[in-house]
Design a protein around this ligand. Structure first.
Ligand SMILES: NC(=O)c1ccc[n+]([C@@H]2O[C@H](COP(=O)([O-])OP(=O)(O)OC[C@H]3O[C@@H](n4cnc5c(N)ncnc54)[C@H](OP(=O)(O)O)[C@@H]3O)[C@@H](O)[C@H]2O)c1
Length: 260
């Protein structure tokens, strides 16, 4: 059996917290957590039962330095940590691993999951997309990904960017629309939790029967009268009205109905 991987986690935000918790409870060794803010670094290291480290003097024997910081900071942080013998990886779906130059064994470990506040997520079954500039980087990151979730997938940069776009369509846009829907209810003094069971059942149906069969609603049915009534209700909300009209038009086109 191979020795456990020794991992240093860089970052104290959402991704770092969830990935750190998964690493800490798995078969590998979370050697340290490093971040730019000493207090947040100490707090996360304490939560994960490991040591805080200074960004400029990471433990040199790490097999993986996993940089889970904001995309815009990855390059600066990678340059600042000095030469590493092991693999240096970031956790972004949208960024090239060349942000990690000049580290030779650079790569990516991207969780295809939304990592928000709240309890540490169970990463079991969550696809972890891996890529790397060298066979060593891919091999080590694939091993870690497999041990964290049981679902490692090697994706090239072009593939990863496509999956990232698809992930935004799947997660971010619907979540934003739910927020807009709740705002509509609140403005009229209606309880926002009216939509909870609908949101949960919708996601469950998409998983059970696929989006094509799960789609319901006036645009799918070609119900012009209801659509016009909704557009009128959105009269003073120009952005949401435009979004409603565009999405409705896309659905109606896809189902052979004339556009509203
Ligand atoms: N959250 C998700 O759903 C998710 C999912 C998959 C992948 N990711 C990826 O994970 C990475 C981190 O995202 P996140 O959601 O965890 O972001 P986040 O919660 O906003 O945390 C960002 C982290 O980056 C640190 N940081 C920012 N600028 C820095 C700098 N110049 N030097 C050092 N540290 C710096 C922040 O430090 P401070 O705390 O000191 O500000 C914080 O620890 C991103 O590449 C993102 O694409 C996120």
């Amino acid at each position: 059996m191979s020795a456990p991987l020794r991992i240093v986690l860089v970052g104290t935000g959402r991704a770092a917290r969830h990935l750190g918790a998964a690493i800490a409870k798995g078969p590998h060794t979370l050697m340290a957590v490093a971040g730019r803010d000493a207090e947040r670094t100490r707090a996360l290291a304490g939560e994960l039962n490991t040591s805080p480290a200074d960004l400029r003097s990471l433990p040199p024997e790490a097999d993986i330095v996993l940089i889970a910081v904001s995309d815009a900071a990855i390059g600066e942080v990678a340059k600042g940590i000095g030469p590493q013998n092991g693999v240096v990886a970031h956790t972004s779906g949208a960024s090239t691993y060349d942000l990690l130059l000049p580290h030779p064994h650079r790569g990516v470990l991207w969780p295809i999951q939304t990592l928000g506040g709240g309890d540490a997520l169970d990463l079991g079954g969550v696809p972890l997309a891996v890529d790397g500039a060298t066979p060593q980087a891919v091999e080590v990151l694939e091993r870690l990904a497999r041990d964290l979730s049981g679902y490692a997938i090697v994706l090239s940069e072009a593939e990863r960017r496509t999956v990232h776009l698809a992930a935004v369509l799947t997660s971010n846009f619907p979540v934003f629309l739910v927020g807009q829907a709740q705002r509509l209810l609140q403005r009229r003094g209606l309880p926002h939790d009216l939509l909870g069971p609908l949101w949960q059942r919708t996601a469950a149906n998409v998983m059970a029967v696929g989006p094509e069969a799960a789609l319901t609603g006036p645009a799918r049915r070609g119900d012009q009268a209801t659509i016009q009534a909704h557009l009128e209700l959105l009269g003073d909300d120009t952005d949401l009205r435009a979004a409603y009209r565009l999405l409705t038009t896309m659905i109606m086109k896809a189902h052979g109905h004339p556009a509203p």
